[in-house]
Design a protein around this ligand. Structure first.
Ligand code: FAD
Length: 527
């Protein structure tokens, strides 16, 4: 019965006092998961507020702030890939801002405990950091983050406002902000398809999405009249202890910059992948999807821009009646919409961000939770070639496609009967694009415990998945070198029935038929 944190945040947003007359000496934009300059709602408002402040005080300045929470490192909840990618993005952002004489300051919140248990302390610390950057009073702008801990953190910060410290949050993370698309009864949809229709209608009402993309012309250079030298050194290096948490693999991470995010989007359309999305997105060896997820998760590009590009390339429309139903660009935009859907769900049912299944009745499922089988799944040693190939790729690249994610999530939660939360955590620890809402949404979907999930009796048939999405075994051979010389498609699809451990590849740890029956039984009993 407690009010939802998103509603409390919206109340605060509504009440955000008009600061037009306030005497602000410094506007601080707090970069969080919005590491970009273009189409950034809160940053746009920061610059507008700076212009107003300059009317009263010609020395009013703009400072950018990025904060690191020590617990994020200690808890190992986020992957080293993701943290490294974000730091690289911050470094590139710092360079871009310094060209405009805006300092980007990085501050570390030292805490060995989770944020939720320390949100009051965090808010005090945060306020003092902002005031230390300001030459008087500070106005802080930030874009909303919808995870429950982060919502409560922001609510605590609102409470610290006084004459010298003002805080303003804006909706920015989604293409359509949470709470806008509701059923006739005014509640959040639990089924994607009708929600998606509303999503499209909403965009159409905004000139097919063009109004949604704010294309904010922030004009920072013209507005800022400060000198960068007046700020303390902005270079920041992570404490050595933290560096050890980051991956040491020699594989290069994608370039983490706003320009690169735009290039990746551009290439996706220019090189034709977007127009072939339907046919090829699931072909495992091709990797024909956009690879935008790490850029979207870190906020190097907004999904508004991504969707708008789709509109543009699709003849300025989405869901056109005059083009055939199965339109690739539309289906791509639909995938991007899933991200919004899961964020909306998380806002409305905050427990879904706390490792609690959306469907309560699934709490009675008797998971087997065999630790050894789970370990083998994690390391790609199950003896099921397709599963092992995907899991090894995940460890090596920090990225796998949606089809890959579905295959291994179905295998873990159904064939191995391991609690989906174990897999969800493993993904979060290893994905470069780890995102709480999409990850728990995806796991909920595959394990039939989540919102609008697939029915429990839908258990991926690994042989069929191989036939359809890796017909010649090229993907398997790429990631399971032990099978490189194998010609027999049956072995490449189902593993081997002989003990081939001597060759370095083991027999499957479960029989697919038997484990399927067992899973059906366990789900039937619980639901
Ligand atoms: P594209 O196919 O090119 O799609 C474009 C964008 O749309 C993606 O970048 C992403 O932002 C969004 N998107 C696409 N599919 C989905 C989807 N099913 N759900 C939500 N958003 C989607 N996505 C994450 O960003 N972070 C996660 O932690 C994450 N965990 C997942 C876990 C499981 C078990 C499953 C089944 C899916 C998960 N997804 C997650 C969704 C999806 O797999 C990835 O977004 C996608 O594979 C990223 O590759 P891409 O950018 O090339 O996608």
């Amino acid at each position: 019965k407690r009010p939802k944190p998103i509603n409390l945040l919206n109340d605060q947003i509504k009440n955000q006092e008009s600061l037009k007359k306030a005497n602000i000496s410094t506007v601080v934009h707090w970069f969080r998961t919005d590491l970009r300059l273009e189409d950034n709602t809160a940053l746009f408002h920061a610059v507008q507020q700076l212009k107003v402040a300059q009317k009263n005080n010609t020395n009013a300045q703009l400072v950018a702030l990025y904060t690191i929470n020590e617990h994020d490192f200690r808890a190992h909840l986020d992957s080293g890939w993701k943290l490294t990618f974000a730091f690289n993005a911050v470094e590139n952002l710092r360079k871009a801002l310094s060209k405009m004489n805006v300092a980007l300051v990085v501050r570390l919140f030292e805490s060995k405990k989770p944020l939720l248990s320390r949100s009051n302390e965090y808010a005090d610390w945060f306020k003092s950091q902002c005031l230390s950057l300001a030459n008087g009073s500070a106005l802080v702008t930030a874009n909303a983050q919808y995870e429950t801990d982060e919502l409560y953190r922001d609510l605590e910060i609102y409470k610290k406002q006084d004459d010298k410290f003002h805080f303003q949050v804006y909706h920015d993370q989604c293409t359509v902000e949470p709470g806008v698309l509701t059923t006739g009864k005014g509640s959040q949809y639990t089924v994607f398809t009708p929600w998606y229709k509303k999503w499209v209608e909403h965009l159409k009402a905004h000139k097919d999405g063009k109004d949604i993309v704010k294309m904010l012309n922030i004009d920072i250079e013209k507005t800022v009249n400060q000198k960068l030298e007046q700020f303390e050194s902005c270079d920041y290096t992570l404490p050595d202890e933290f560096v050890s948490y980051l991956p040491t693999t020699e594989l290069q991470l994608p370039e983490a910059s706003e320009q690169q995010a735009h290039k990746v989007l551009d290439d996706f359309f220019k090189k034709g992948k977007a127009f072939d999305y339907n046919n090829k997105k699931d072909v495992l060896a091709l990797d024909n999807t956009s690879h935008l997820s790490c850029y979207i998760t870190s906020g190097l590009i907004s999904t508004r821009m991504v969707v708008n590009r789709g509109f543009h390339e699709n003849g300025d429309s989405l869901m056109r009646k005059d083009i055939k139903q199965n339109n690739s660009v539309e289906n791509f935009a639909k995938e991007v919409a899933w991200r919004d859907f899961y964020k909306h769900v998380m806002c409305n049912w905050p427990y879904t961000s706390m490792e609690i299944a959306f469907k309560f009745d699934t709490v009675d499922i008797k998971w087997e939770n065999d630790v050894e089988k789970f370990r083998k799944w994690c390391l790609g040693e199950t003896g099921l070639p397709i599963v092992d190939a995907v899991m090894r790729k995940l460890l090596f690249c920090g990225y796998i496609s949606n089809r890959c994610r579905m295959i291994v999530a179905s295998f873990l939660s159904k064939n191995l009967l391991v609690d989906w939360r174990w897999g969800e955590r493993w993904f979060r620890k290893h994905l470069m694009d780890a995102d709480l809402a999409s990850n728990s949404g995806g796991w909920g979907f595959c394990s039939s415990t989540g919102v609008d999930a697939q029915p429990y009796f839908r258990i991926f048939n690994m042989k069929l998945q191989c036939e359809k999405y890796d017909p010649k075994g090229a993907f398997v051979k790429e990631w399971v070198p032990e099978l490189k010389g194998v010609q027999d498609l049956k072995i490449l699809r189902e593993g081997t029935s002989n003990d081939r451990t001597a060759d370095g590849y083991a027999m499957p740890i479960v029989d697919l038929k038997e484990s399927r029956e067992k899973a059906l039984e366990a789900f039937r009993e619980a639901m």
